[in-house]
Design a protein around this ligand. Sequence first.
Ligand SMILES: Nc1nc2c([nH]c(=O)n2[C@H]2C[C@H](O)[C@@H](COP(=O)(O)OP(=O)(O)OP(=O)(O)O)O2)c(=O)[nH]1
Length: 153
Amino acid sequence: MTDTQRKQIVGAAIVDSLAAPARLLAARRTAPEQFAGQWEFPGGKVEPDEDDIEALQREVREELGVDVQVGAELEGPDPEGWPLNDSAVMRVWLAVITAGVPAALQDHDELRWVDLKDTGELTELPWIPADRPIVDALLEMIVPVGDLSEARD
Ligand SMILES: Nc1nc2c([nH]c(=O)n2[C@H]2C[C@H](O)[C@@H](COP(=O)(O)OP(=O)(O)OP(=O)(O)O)O2)c(=O)[nH]1
């Protein structure tokens, strides 16, 4: 299968603040069996009639019942984002909730706000293995923010 045939997935790294992210909303999948019980970024497939950001906002609304403002992209190694497997690639953006309270409405059975500064809980969650590099990139992206705010204190 060539790159152009890979399914485009979009995912939201929902944080408590785009300016100074301190917590991430992780979601535990219920299906399919190979991913059930593993943690991920809420999101899903881009439909033919929508762009990537529209798809992200639709998926988050369907899955969690919230509206999000989309921030910076967590850029992956490919133009289409992060390779997930032979047939799918995922673009991921930081996002913040602008309306609603997140609930596990569809595809998940648990949501959890995890600390981005004290990273023990975040790294110990059983993430979908393909998401590990994305979690690492997120932590690298937010570290400088933490350093700057610590330097001001
Ligand atoms: N949403 C999401 N999917 C991920 C992540 N990591 C990862 O490998 N995947 C895989 C699992 C699935 O094979 C695929 C996304 O499919 P999905 O089932 O979430 O998409 P969807 O809601 O649009 O699917 P569908 O049920 O409508 O067919 O990408 C992640 O962090 N978030």
